[in-house]
Design a protein around this ligand. Sequence first.
Ligand SMILES: C[S@@+](CC[C@H](N)C(=O)[O-])C[C@H]1O[C@@H](n2cnc3c(N)ncnc32)[C@H](O)[C@@H]1O
Length: 423
Amino acid sequence: KEDKNNAEAIRSTKRNTLNLNVHDNRRPRDDHVIDNAKQDEAVRNMVKWSIEQGGYIHPYVEIRRWDPSDPSSYFGAFVNGPVKKDELLIKIPGSIEIQIDDFFRMGKLPYSDVVCELAWTLKREYELGEDSKFAPYIEYIKTQSKYQIPAMWTDVGKSLITKVQGDLSMMDFDLEDTPGEHMHNWIYEYFGGELCLLDADNEEEMEEWYVAMATQRGYDYCLIPIYDMLNHSNERVNSITRPSIYNRDGFGVYALEDLNAGDEILYSYYDCPDCKGCPTCGTSLEYWGTPEMIRDFGFVEPYPHRFYYDDMGPVYLRVDEHPDGLEISNEGGEWPEIEWIESQIARLKPMFERDIYPLRNVLPSHELETIVNYHGSLLDFFTAYQEVDAADSKDENHGESDTGRDEDLSDGGEGDAPHCRSR
Ligand SMILES: C[S@@+](CC[C@H](N)C(=O)[O-])C[C@H]1O[C@@H](n2cnc3c(N)ncnc32)[C@H](O)[C@@H]1O
């Protein structure tokens, strides 16, 4: 019997490198073509405005395209010179944040009510346009694609990701297991009609997109310009915020380690960036994994991946790259039954050629890329598990068990770092 740190499964993996052979002239979506130059200008103006408002950006920090040679790549925050641990990288003044009323901060309301209020607040500022106190931020938001997360995808994309998700469950905002549909259906489910999108008293409707934006870029009670340019990593968290992102008067972003030119400033969207002042700290994020990241942010995160299937025992597995392949460790749940793993492999294996590939010229490129990556990551994970299980059985037949899988790992996951639904 070994503990969860030793409980690992390794196999050689080969990523799905099939040539998709898509036509280059496809547009992401007919009614939204991103103007890269306008986006660059919006970012410059936003940075300037944040400094005028009392903010600070370290001389070696820049907000730029992720790949400087690709004018359409997304933005992130980078350092272009040496920075010491604990140095202040960015200061966010409270005055640039779009914040909702304190009433919503008491932790008593359902999460969806908080997001709903933030979405309506964003809508009001959006409609004020140049007259908004937050005009430079609104200008940047205006340059964003409205179709980034599955809830905003085309019907074809929604239906295909539902197929990939199949009977795999996700945790919804009420911490209930829901089937794959939740991946793309949650805005309708939680915010449809008078739940949020329709304000019957004022006879006003809000587009779903505001809810999508409030989720993708919001921090529960606020939208935080500049700070929301930082990207996610589970592996390399090199920044921390103090005193708290929830501080109404603003906060600083500090280096958690020495940084060098070219390093990206990152934190994990899973965790509180500071874990202070968040009413849900320590309670919620155990259920957040790679599928939920796709649902809320519209991308397949880099490794390590996490898969949480509460209806399976629960199953809480972490999948990471390893020089020899994939490494699977148990984060405190059950090891899933091999029959279930095999049924998932049987379901997913024919899907690429049968369901995904034929739609390669129909789907917007972002939807295609996300679906291909997600399908590949699920198949890699289940196949790695199956291979290690087979190796395990072989060893057991020879009277050995050195791969570390065991039925009783109930002690494995206790005492993990506290999580907070901050993103
Ligand atoms: C809060 S924004 C971060 C800034 C954003 N990259 C931009 O250009 O405005 C969150 C979005 O950034 C993208 N993102 C964040 N981390 C990422 C990562 N590790 N890989 C790919 N995309 C990422 C996703 O589109 C996500 O919805």
